[in-house]
Design a protein around this ligand. Structure first.
Ligand code: PEP
Ligand code: MG
Length: 572
């Protein structure tokens, strides 16, 4: 029996036989020279491969929509943009012409150049690198290279533990949902597009496992998302232990299905506010049959990304008004666009910055993008007539940032008055607490606003000085780092003292196993992805281990391993 320790990207338990999924695309890419008369034909071959890759992507998009609804549109938008990138295509054609090489060779070299350049820019572009690799492989496959496939034929017929060096969105989507018991990979991350898709399967996802050395095809394996363990060839007692655990979990799940329509509560009966994080209005469909307390975070970036001109006031207004058609009288917290180098659409530009995460983002980009904010805020104010809309300011470091946003709100109000457009005079306003500065200065900020949202995704990166999405960091530190928890605890205490609402809306709120700690710091309001709402509501129903003593023990932990062990113990 071998016990391997990885990083959990989606929790859960699974037991089954492994099936290795490999991509042979990179091996044996044909390299040859062509006659100059063949150039036109070779470019035609390239065009045909692009067409096929496009069709394949449309097919996968259709599969994704059928399986999960329209929730992963951003992933396909990103892939489409790469396939439609004229410079990239022209670069490949240029290589065929100038070096008289075959299309596969030119595709490989051109994409490699792009990828190397992006890698040298740092961890910031990890996701784009993965997308480029996926698209490159799709084009190469269309040119005749061997596509990704299961090493053992069983994977296509019965449920298996899918094992792969790395997952790409195409790989995930070619595996039918009912065939995947879990995903185990060497490379990965919490926020890669492939992980987001795999998480939708509702099965455990674990990365950072040395597959080549330890796992083969057809191995009997147990995947324990709570501890991040992959147990290869379990002995009898381990197998029995997990068999009974899996049985209890499925019993729990059936009990929780009945409770979906009830408000969230802990086992001891403490009422918890559980809201949804929404990135596209299409995700609202996922909330149809479950009770929830509102939209805790409506990310606005979806409306201005992937298009060639900024959204108009009318478009913002209509989007928010339509949201109320779905959520009724529940509150909707709209975050103003959190613009930055990483989320910059083609029609906007920022001066070059060495380190975009520490540069012009959020409030610091207000002056450059004032018209964009003005249109959005006017849209929000107009939609206030239709429901309980609240405004959330992103990336705040001190009160001066709030004042900058407020000046635009004032201007928007004045403009609407002149235009005789109705809006509510009182709209609640809140701040994102996602910089250590905001967490430390929470008292001053909260005194001036109605509520705070804790954005732990950014707060952790700025607290431990490690870029979001950097896999090295994910291996080294725990996402529930005690420094982050201490900052959050102080924000919660301040909010309670000032009688202001505080909600945790970062990704850590989507991990049920963190709740003993999150509840112990006094948090009673969370906002999670719609696909996570049911699981968290269920976990809360069984949660009773939260109090000051949990926190005292948690603060004594000094490393990722110690935190992992602590979390595992608090679950058993
Ligand atoms: C966060 O930083 O935790 C957050 C919710 O914002 P985003 O993930 O959109 O940066
Ligand atoms: Mg953030």
């Amino acid at each position: 029996m071998k016990v391997l320790k990885g990083i959990t990207a989606a929790s859960g338990l699974a037991k089954g036989i492994t099936c290795l999924y490999t991509e042979k695309v990179e091996e044996n890419i044909p390299h040859y020279l062509i006659e100059s008369e063949r150039v036109a034909a070779e470019i035609e071959r390239l065009k045909e491969a692009y067409r096929k890759a496009h069709n394949h992507m449309d097919e996968l998009h259709g599969i994704s929509r059928k399986m999960f609804g329209p929730v992963d549109e951003e992933i396909f938008k990103a892939h489409r943009m790469i396939l439609e990138d004229e410079t990239l295509f022209a670069g490949i054609g240029g290589l065929i012409r100038s070096r008289l090489i075959n299309a596969e060779h030119a595709v490989y070299d051109t994409f490699s150049d792009y990828i190397e350049k992006l890698k040298s820019e740092g961890a910031h572009f990890t996701e784009l690198v993965h997308d480029l690799l996926d698209i490159r492989n799709r084009i190469l496959t269309s040119l005749g290279s061997i596509p990704g496939h299961f090493e053992c034929p069983v994977g296509e017929r019965q449920p298996v533990i899918v094992v792969a060096k790395r997952l790409t969105p195409s790989m995930v989507l070619t595996i039918p949902r009912e065939h995947a018991l879990a995903f185990v990979t060497e490379e990965g991350g919490f926020t890669t597009h492939a992980t987001i898709l795999a998480r939708n399967y509702g099965v455990p996802v674990i990365f950072n496992i040395d597959i080549e050395r330890h796992i083969g095809c057809g191995d009997k394996v147990i995947v324990d998302g709570a501890s991040g363990k992959v147990i290869v060839g379990p002995d009898k007692s381990t197998e029995d232990y997990y068999a009974s655990k899996i049985a209890t979990t499925s019993l729990r799940k059936s009990y929780c299905v009945i409770k979906r329509a009830d408000a969230a509560k802990t086992k001891r009966g403490r009422r918890i506010k559980l809201s949804a994080n929404i990135s596209t209005p299409a995700e609202l469909k996922l909330l149809k049959d479950i009770q929830y307390d509102g939209i805790g975070l409506l990310r606005s970036e979806f409306l201005f990304a992937g298009r060639d001109q900024p959204p108009s006031e009318e478009e913002w207004f209509k989007t928010y008004k339509d949201v109320f058609g779905e959520v009724g009288s529940k509150p909707v917290v709209v975050r103003l666009i959190d613009i930055g180098q990483d989320k910059l659409p083609s029609y906007l530009s920022l001066p070059h910055q060495e380190n975009p995460d520490l540069g012009l983002r959020g409030a610091r980009a207000i002056e450059i993008f004032k018209d964009l904010y003005l249109a959005q805020i006017k849209g929000i104010l107009r939609a206030s007539v239709y429901g309980d809309i609240r405004i959330l300011y992103p990336m705040i470091s001190d009160l001066s940032d709030v004042v900058l946003f407020r000046d635009i709100v004032k201007e928007a109000r004045a403009a609407l008055r002149r235009e005789k457009e109705p809006f509510r005079s009182r709209i609640r306003e809140g701040v994102m607490i996602e910089t250590p500065a905001a967490a430390i200065m929470a008292e001053g900020l909260l005194r001036d606003v109605d509520f705070a949202n804790i954005g732990s995704n950014d707060l952790i990166q700025y607290t431990i000085a490690a870029a979001r999405g950097n896999q090295l960091i994910e291996k080294r530190y725990h996402i529930l780092h005690p420094s982050l928890v201490k900052l959050m605890e102080s924000v919660v205490k301040t909010a309670r003292k000032l009688k202001k609402e505080v909600c945790l809306c970062g990704e850590i709120a989507g991990f049920g196993e963190f709740y003993p700690v999150l509840l112990s710091i006094g948090l009673t309001s969370f906002s999670v992805a719609p696909s996570k709402l049911g699981d968290i509501k269920c976990d809360l129903l069984f949660e009773e281990k939260y109090d000051k003593s949990v926190l005292k023990r948690f603060y004594e932990l000094r490393s990722k391993d110690e935190i992992d062990r602590f979390i595992l113990k608090s679950r058993t």
